[in-house]
Design a protein around this ligand. Sequence first.
Ligand code: 3HC
Ligand code: NAI
Length: 696
Amino acid sequence: MTDPVRMTVENGLAIIEIDNPPVNALSQAVRQGLVETVLAADADEAVKAIVIYGAGRTFIAGADIREFGKPPMPPSLPDVINQIELVSTPTVAALHGTALGGGLETALGAHYRVALASARFGLPEVNLGILPGAGGTQRLPRIVPIAKAVQMITGGGMIGAKEALELGLIDEIAQGDDVRAAGIAMAERLVAEGAKARPTSAREASAIDAEDFAKMQAAVAKKARGLKAPVNCMKAIEAAMTLPFDEGMTRERELFMELYNDPQRAAMVHAFFGEREVAKVPEIKTGAPRDIQQVGVIGGGTMGAGIATSALLAGLDVTLAERDQEAADKAAATVTGHLSGAVKRGKLAQAKFDAIVGGKFRTTTDYADFAQADLVIEAVFESMEVKQDVFGKLDKICKPGAILASNTSYLDINDIAAMTNRPEDVIGLHFFSPAHVMRLLEVVVADKTSADVVASGFALAKRMKKIAVRAGVCDGFIGNRILNAYAKAVNGAVLAGASPYDVDRAMEEFGLAMGLFRVADLAGLDIGWASRKRRAPDRDPREQYAEFADRICEKGRFGRKTGRGFYIHGDDRSEAPDPEVLEIIEAERSGKGITPREISDGEIIDRYMAAMVNESARVVGEGIALRPLDVDMTLLNGYGFPRWRGGPLHYADTVGLEKILNDIKAFQKEDDFFWQPAPLLEQLVAEGKTFASLNR
Ligand code: 3HC
Ligand code: NAI
């Protein structure tokens, strides 16, 4: 292996290149190489200044996350950066790409910073359940105002070069795109000016009113919703404000180690790698994505409008078809509204918005306008008849090679594909509502879908900045199938004695942004009601069917949009428990002869998780999901499962599969039709294995 850190000395400058593709992560070899070269340069009389820069597409993107959880391998990053900062030779960090985490911390340990205009900077450690543990929490508050340090460290986002310059985080934005040359130019100037080393640690930390800081601390803790890292980040920033640098570093270390050893860190790292692994599906090895420029969307309701928006934001050309002109105009207004929102939030430049409404987006009532489309996504009513009719027509109109996709939530893609003479071009692209916001896309592969069509689905997701998960065909694919299972379990808890409000509280305390009933009210109870009515004829008589949601719908109460559902909704977006809902549930219990009992929050979660893990095990066992991690990424990105718990199957591994199986067996006594252990779960328990063992 070639040395990942190389130094050359030219004209009195030591130029240190970090070359550890793909993102120059700070592996042990990089840390060692970096400290050795900087110390050697400092010891060399001929060297008047040092330049550190990254080879390839970026400066350092942080610590090597693959080393997490392994035994420590010296030198440690805080030591490396402290030693760099203390050299007497002026040191320049020349930055391009993304200087993230330990990468930005390395730059903060250098004495001067120059960046290309396209460079971005951030401390994303919080997204991995940790805090910047190589001096970032101590040095950043010595450069930028405390409120900004709080935002960057607890928010984990990135800022651009212009803002970094205004904040004094960098000293200069270089012209052009040659980062090495930019570093050399700055170093030469520093030498000419006789500039000295300028350690960040010697500066005073920024100050802030104690009361203001306390308010920020409270706000961060509230927003963290169970995630420990932001809370410790605030404690570390407080240490920077109140303690001398060395003591602040010691405190940072303590707070870092606390997080590093917490299961939340392992869960967040699982999510980081899972979101990358999930794109590695067999079809991308055999199929190259087709070129997609022109997209057709059929149906401009909730989903169609969101899908069109997402495609437009990804730079694609979109034609949206509706049933009549009035519906088409309404859809156009929805899409334009979504796009204006994106402009307001700074996600879309005004010029791009103008280009979209000026020509890249149009509506129609005639499918003939799809003749040149590379991809058509159908988002009409959830009815097999309507969808088959649409696909039959598309088959006649679309050009050869066009991809025909359905956004169906539950229906069988094979039956839809059968209406065409090109089933190999048909695929499910299951977006989540709101489609221009939610990151998840299920790519549903039918029996005859060709590999390049699957690869195209993944390429589209990437272009839309979404996480695509490969799913096989079944009722509800990965996500909705699992949702249906845990919804039944939660309904079972309600029939047994819990209230919907108990359920929501327990789920929210577990880490979900919203409990199941609150979500249902928000999405509209009519959607689930319609699908339950559709399935009623096929319902197994042995199923203990909970009827209370149907009773509520029969009163015309569909949740927030009608002012009442499980909750009573106020104009000010307030939500109050509804005594009538409790009466409806009580009536169902007495009709079924159930004597309600006390159900603890712990039991609610045990039921919810047992059902979720059990159905997930089926989904993996049947090959609907490729691996356990595919299920985890689905639930994290589409169903609000707390990221710091890693996903249901990661969670199951941490609590132990035996505990989950025992819970299922205990609940079985109450309802032995629903609570049947999945064969894969039983097998893993018998073999003493984890779900993680199937991810490799
Ligand atoms: N360590 C190890 N591997 C990393 C890595 C890291 N820090 N960052 C990225 N990678 C890997 C990815 O897993 C991926 O591997 P694969 O090709 O085998 O799947 C490969 O590098 C390319 O990554 P992406 O697919 O994400 O490439 P993008 O170009 O889309 O994004 C990026 C690049 C913005 C740098 C993104 O990878 C990223 O956000 N990385 C993580 C940055 C981060 O969290 N840094 C903080 C680390 S913790 C730390 O520094 C602790 C310190 O404070 C002590
Ligand atoms: P919606 O009722 O809001 O919109 C459907 C639209 O399709 C209507 O505007 C209707 O006028 C139009 N339409 C019906 N038949 C048409 C035809 N033959 N040609 C052109 N337009 C036609 O429904 P929604 O919620 O957008 O759902 C659409 C599809 O997306 C369904 O299959 C649904 O299961 C699925 N889905 C829905 C999600 C949700 O949360 N609403 C999430 C993911 C998928």
